[in-house]
Write a protein that binds this ligand. Structure first.
Ligand SMILES: CCCCC/C=C\C/C=C\C/C=C\C/C=C\CCCC(=O)SCCNC(=O)CCNC(=O)[C@H](O)C(C)(C)COP(=O)(O)OP(=O)(O)OC[C@H]1O[C@@H](n2cnc3c(N)ncnc32)[C@H](O)[C@@H]1OP(=O)(O)O
Length: 213
């Protein structure tokens, strides 16, 4: 005997044993993560958070087929968002598509980054679907930062049907990674980047991140 804790070799032809997870899930903040204060200039609690890009599928007002999700800054590092599931969002008959609900969680969780005043992109997003969401439902999503560690922002959210106290339909945990603004000006399709940079409002909002990193 060597004293090793490695699982015994599987009999020939049998599937190999599954490896055990070595670390906590990557969307759970490490013990030394911090909860920073809201950034100076972050939208005050109760204030609507403007869409970050008019053509965004999640929040863009110029996307009639999108979610047109709206968000309001909450207390501390929290956000409350809403969107109404429409017929174009169906997966099963009369039911919201799961991937689309995940998009709503991604969008809401992403909005938390305005409170930290640092641009960030989703690295990992985990979603639990708890109950089906019928078309015409209004989904109320509450999201909060669970910790920040270097460039990594950990967060969680819960979506309820019909109101902030309605039944929970969806839960999510995410890891966002803070990036430089160049992330958005170098990777996308050039004509879209040019259009976005020509929009003085969007440019002003994007610049605010650079002034208050
Ligand atoms: C043109 C005008 C500008 C317009 C925009 C203006 C402002 C926008 C600002 C804010 C937006 C506000 C609201 C937005 C709301 C919602 C939007 C929805 C958000 C999205 O929908 S956004 C799209 C999907 N998203 C992506 O398109 C990302 C693709 N990806 C990459 O672009 C890279 O992959 C990146 C940058 C993620 C990392 O690359 P990198 O080179 O910078 O850093 P690196 O790899 O070193 O990772 C550093 C540490 O994160 C760990 N890490 C990385 N990735 C991980 C993963 N997946 N799982 C677990 N850990 C991960 C590493 O393990 C390391 O950890 P450690 O430090 O401990 O070693």
């Amino acid at each position: 005997m060597t004293g090793s804790t490695a699982p015994a070799a599987a009999p020939q032809g049998a599937p190999a044993p599954l490896p055990r997870p070595a670390a906590p899930p990557p969307t759970t903040p490490p013990a030394d993560a911090v909860l920073p204060p809201r950034a100076p200039g972050a939208p005050a609690p109760g204030t609507p958070i403007e869409p970050h890009y008019d053509l965004c599928f999640g929040c863009g007002p110029q996307r009639p087929d999108g979610l047109q999700l709206t968000a309001v800054a909450g207390e501390g590092l929290t956000v409350d968002a809403r969107f109404t599931v429409r017929a174009v969002h169906q997966g099963g008959p009369g039911l919201a598509h799961g991937g689309l609900l995940t998009t709503a969680m991604d969008e809401t969780l992403g909005t938390l980054n305005w409170l930290l005043h640092a641009p960030a992109v989703t690295g990992r997003l985990e979603t639990d679907f708890v109950r089906p969401v019928p078309v015409d439902s209004e989904l109320h999503i509450h999201a909060w930062v669970t910790g920040v560690h270097g460039r990594k922002v950990y967060s969680a959210a819960e979506g309820r049907i019909g109101g902030p106290d309605g039944p929970v339909a969806i839960r999510a945990q995410a890891l966002f990674i803070q990036v430089k603004l160049e992330h958005f000006t170098t990777h996308g399709r050039p004509e879209d980047i040019k259009k976005a940079l020509d929009d003085p409002d969007l440019f002003k909002r994007a610049r605010a991140f650079e002034v208050n990193p």
